[in-house]
Design a protein around this ligand. Structure first.
Ligand SMILES: [Fe+2]
Length: 466
C-alpha cells in the first residue's frame, strides 16, 4: 500500500540516540571510557580549539587512562570532503582503533564521516550523501566531546559535508544514517564556556532553528515535539545571558541542554528550509552555519507561517510572548517579532551583506576553494538562482511545513542578502509575500526534493497501475 500518497511521512522513524554523559566534569571521563571500550590508540579530530587548553587536557586524560593519542587538528567550519579524507588517512596511517571528536559540529561531522569512510575501505565520503546510503554499521567507535551550544552533532545520525571535488561543487550535502552516530556523546557545559561570545550567539540560533523546525515540520514525531518546544523556550530564556556572560554557568548549562534536546528532536522530526537555505549559503561563502540561521530564521518563519500558524503560536508562547486574546495567526506573528528581537539583542546582522567576515574563527575568504570568493555577500541574480536550486535539492526541504518553489527560495535568499530584518507580515501577507504564487493544493504526498524550475517537488515514483 502506497500510503505516501495519502499522508506526509506516513512511517516515522525514531533514531536512537547514543549513550551520553552530561554535566560539569563529564569530559574527564572520556579517557577512562575509551579504555573501557577497548580503545588503545585514538585519533583526536578537532579544529585545535587553540587558546583554550582543551586539547592538551584531553590528551593527558586519555594518556593517563593508557590510551595513545594522535591529533588531526585541521578541521574547519563547514567541514570539507578533503578534510574528512585526510582525517581518515591519518587514522589509518597511525593505526588508530577509535575516533574522538573534540569541538562543535564541524569536528563531530568530520569524525562521524571519517569513521564511515573507514568502515567502507576508504571510499570517497561524497558517496554517502543522502539518507541511509551506507552499507555497513560496524564503524570504528567514536567518543564525541562537545564544546558548543549549537549543532547537537555529538548525538545525531546526521552529517553535513561540503563537496569541493566533484563537478557539482560547491555543494554542501547532508548525510543521514545510523552509521554516522557516535558511540558516546559527552556534553560538559564548562567546555562550552570557552566559546567566543559571537559563537555562543551563532550556535544558539542553530539550536533555536533546530527546535523550531522540528516543532513546525511535516514529520510531527510526537516523541520529539515536546523536546523541540522546550529547546525554544530555553534558548529564549538563556541565550542573551550566555552570549554576554559566558561565565554564567547556569545560563551555559541551560543552553547546553537546549542544544542537546533540540538535536534529539530533529534527529527524528527532521528539519526544514532554514537548514536548506543555510547549507546553500555556506556552500557558496563558507559562512558560519549558526550565523546563517540567525539571519534567515525570521524570514523562513514568515514564509512558513501561513502553513502552520497554530504551531507558530505555540512557538510565540515558548518565546515568552503574551498571546492572550489573539488568534493563531496574530500569535504566530509575535513569534517572528520575538526572534527578530533576540537576533538584534545577540548581535546578529540584519542581512548577509552586512556580515563582517572577521568574526571569531571566520573561514570566509580563506581555504583553497574560497580564497578567490568575495567576503562581502552581494549575490547577483545568477548566484541567487544557483543557491535557490541548491535549497530545492536539500534533504531538509521535504520536511518543511510549506511547499517551496525555486522562485520562492530565490526571493527568501534575496531578502536575506539585502533587506532589513523586519516582519513583512501585515494584513493579507499570507497569500503572496514573496511575489510568487504559493504552492497550494498538493496533489500527492511522498515527494522528494529536486531542483526544478519552479515546478516544486516531484513525486518520488510514478503511481503503480493496479
Ligand atoms: Fe543546524
Amino acid at each position: 500500500m502506497d500510503t505516501s500518497r495519502m499522508f506526509e511521512f506516513p512511517v516515522k522513524e525514531f533514531f536512537k540516540q547514543p549513550r551520553s554523559l552530561f554535566g560539569a566534569g563529564a569530559y574527564e571521563q572520556a579517557g577512562p571510557e575509551a579504555a573501557q571500550m577497548g580503545m588503545r590508540h585514538v585519533l583526536f579530530v578537532t579544529s585545535g580549539l587553540r587558546g583554550t587548553g582543551i586539547i592538551d587536557e584531553c590528551r593527558s586524560n586519555f594518556e593517563n587512562a593508557g590510551v595513545s593519542v594522535t591529533v588531526y587538528d585541521e578541521v574547519e567550519s563547514n567541514p570539507k570532503d578533503f578534510q574528512v579524507m585526510n582525517a581518515y588517512s591519518r587514522f589509518t596511517e597511525a593505526e588508530c582503533d577509535g575516533f574522538v571528536s573534540i569541538g562543535g559540529g564541524s569536528s563531530h561531522d568530520t569524525a562521524k564521516s571519517a569513521k564511515v569512510v573507514a568502515a567502507h575501505d576508504g571510499r570517497n565520503v561524497n558517496e554517502f550523501q543522502g539518507v541511509n546510503q551506507t552499507e555497513r554499521l560496524d564503524t570504528p567507535p567514536l567518543i564525541a566531546i562537545n564544546t558548543t551550544v549549537g549543532t547537537g552533532a555529538e548525538t545525531t545520525p546526521a552529517v553535513v559535508v561540503t563537496d569541493l571535488s566533484s563537478p557539482e561543487r560547491p555543494h554542501k550535502w547532508v548525510g543521514f544514517d545510523t552509521a554516522f552516530t557516535s558511540t558516546l556523546a559527552i556534553n560538559d557545559p564548562v567546555l562550552c564556556m570557552t566559546q567566543p561570545p559571537e559563537f555562543v550567539a551563532f550556535t544558539g540560533f542553530d539550536t533555536l532553528a533546530h527546535g523550531m523546525e522540528a516543532y513546525v515540520g511535516r514529520v510531527q514525531h510526537l516523541s520529539c515535539t515536546p523536546l523541540a518546544l522546550k529547546a525554544v523556550e530555553m534558548v529564549q530564556s538563556n541565550l542573551r545571558e550566555a552570549t554576554y556572560n559566558p561565565n554564567n554557568y547556569k545560563a551555559m548549562e541551560a543552553m547546553t541542554w537546549a542544544q542537546y534536546i533540540a538535536a534529539q528532536a530533529f534527529s527524528s522530526a527532521l528539519l526544514g528550509i532554514m537548514h536548506s537555505l543555510s547549507h546553500a549559503v555556506c556552500a557558496y561563502y563558507d559562512i558560519h552555519h549558526g550565523l546563517n540561521n540567525g539571519i534567515g530564521l525570521a524570514r523562513v518563519m514568515t514564509f512558513n507561517q501561513p502553513a502552520t500558524p497554530e504551531r507558530y503560536a505555540d512557538i510565540a508562547t515558548a518565546m515568552g510572548e503574551d498571546t492572550r486574546g489573539l488568534n493563531p495567526a496574530q500569535a504566530a506573528d509575535k513569534a517572528i517579532d520575538a526572534v527578530i528581537r533576540l537576533a538584534r539583542d545577540c548581535g546578529i546582522p540584519d542581512n548577509f551583506s552586512e556580515v563582517d567576515p572577521n568574526y571569531a574563527k571566520s573561514e570566509m575568504g580563506k581555504g583553497e576553494f574560497y580564497e578567490n570568493r568575495p567576503t562581502k555577500i552581494e549575490s547577483d541574480d545568477a548566484e541567487l538562482q544557483a543557491m535557490a536550486e541548491h535549497v530545492m535539492e536539500d534533504v531538509c526541504t521535504p520536511g518543511n511545513p510549506r511547499d517551496l518553489t525555486v522562485e520562492a527560495a530565490k526571493e527568501i535568499l534575496r531578502d536575506c542578502v539585502y533587506d532589513p530584518m523586519v516582519r513583512k507580515t501585515t494584513n493579507g501577507y499570507r497569500q503572496n509575500i514573496w511575489g510568487v504564487s504559493p504552492a497550494m493544493g498538493r496533489e500527492t504526498h511522498g515527494y522528494s526534493a529536486r531542483g526544478s524550475q519552479g515546478e516544486g517537488r516531484q513525486p518520488t515514483q510514478e503511481p503503480v497501475d493496479s
